[in-house]
Design a binder for this molecule. Sequence first.
Ligand code: ATP
Ligand code: MG
Length: 188
Amino acid sequence: MTAPWGPGRLPPRPNTLVGREDTLLIASRLLSDRRIRLLTLRGPGGIGKTRLALDLAYRLGPDFEGGAVWVSLAEVRAPSEVVPAIAQALRVPSQACADLLAHLESRSLLLVLDNFEHLTPAASEVAALAAGAPQLRLLVTSRAALHVRGEHELPLGPLPVPGPLESGPVGPAAQLFVDCARKVDIFS
Ligand SMILES: Nc1ncnc2c1ncn2[C@@H]1O[C@H](COP(=O)(O)OP(=O)(O)OP(=O)(O)O)[C@@H](O)[C@H]1O
Ligand SMILES: [Mg+2]
């Protein structure tokens, strides 16, 4: 049985990304900076971290020889399961951190760790991967920073709303609201 996603594959995008052009640009620049190996998209629940990371993975994946690999951690319960979850996504048979590092150290890859906030005790292992694999870029989405050496944080705030006196096209927040409302099937 093939995994739902793995090397070269990403989850489907659930909708069109609304707004976030500036953040996409900044995150893309940070992830193409050779000095930055670990970027955390940090913000409160529901703000759009996962959604933004998905578009970043689609956008930047082709820049990496090994593409972008998505590791969903929302259902992972224990910090000790983080490395095995990464190994599984990469199809590395061993679940030991040293073996994972040996696999990653010469690979060019964008690895997305989605929904990390409840697993912060595993941050040191993530930092070790980042430190030991020069062509690896880690994009982490989390409600809390990892607070490890080498981490760069990109805080994500709410989508902008137009001020009361502004006229013209609706802002991204209203646009997303309209997109979601259109999707609701009132007869279901
Ligand atoms: N800019 C956006 N464009 C389109 N849809 C968005 C945008 N931001 C958020 N959404 C939608 O809003 C919902 C919540 O976003 P998302 O899951 O990315 O939040 P999150 O910050 O990752 O939350 P959590 O911390 O709970 O994981 C999702 O259905 C997502 O598709
Ligand atoms: Mg999320």
